[in-house]
Design a protein. Sequence first.
Length: 300
Amino acid sequence: MKKKLLLVVGMGGPPLDFALPKIADIALLHVLVLMELTPQKLDFFRLYARSVTIMPPKELVDSDLAATIAALGRSQQVAGILTFSEYAIVPVAQACKELGLKGPGSNASASHNKVKMREIWRKAHLLASPRHFGVHNIAELEVAAAALGRPFVLKDANGAGGIGCFLVGQDDELAATYGKAHQILTEAFASSKGDYSNQRQQFELIAEELICGSTEGWYEATGFADFISVEGLVQDGRYFPLTITSRIESLPPFTETGTFAPAPIPAQLEKKVIELAKAAVDALQLENCATHTELKMKPD
């Protein structure tokens, strides 16, 4: 007999016309949608789901999303809760904990927040991570800029997809950059492109040093970007790497143009990349979830 599953749908993840039929094949599907839906898209969801609950962006403000997810899961007596949206990871993890279901675990917020994540790695002495500062106001940004020097990177500590990411150069005025970052993130939240666990818009930014990478010694061909990622799964605390993904050369400053998997890198470097990804994920002490770990490349 199929078990009941609650799918929390937000921005990001695989195309739903690819994912929904596959999930519906193995589970009785209930869906919570965290964005506006056209009538056509709603009809599409109803083809595969036993129920569809819509929670548009304006309803997310000042709501306890984790409690909402848990209440819906409890009412439908689901055996699991799933999301493909990076923005929904933390509230889904919290709801799983409340219902006693397998999920990412209580450290999900640390794996999602770039400041917390880098601090865990620093204290564990496991990985070379860029110097960084959490930024909550213009005064903290000025302190970070003085310590890091220019250029440096400023971005949303809880963001994804490069939204609100800036390369701050010598001629950039800090107050203007900070204001623009807040404007972009405010607009992103209004269109469901922001961290769903932070809908009160209490933004946290991270300022970090710019790492100059290199693909020298990594590829036989040209046209690849200087960073790579490892896609994996954590099952009951044990990490399983699935594939290594290359990036096609980015557009300045940080716009990704494409991916290539599996990455065509030498076997000895593949082994090193997987070892580093495993150390990074293990340090976060996750329980059951998918992972995406990015690493900057240096000359071999």
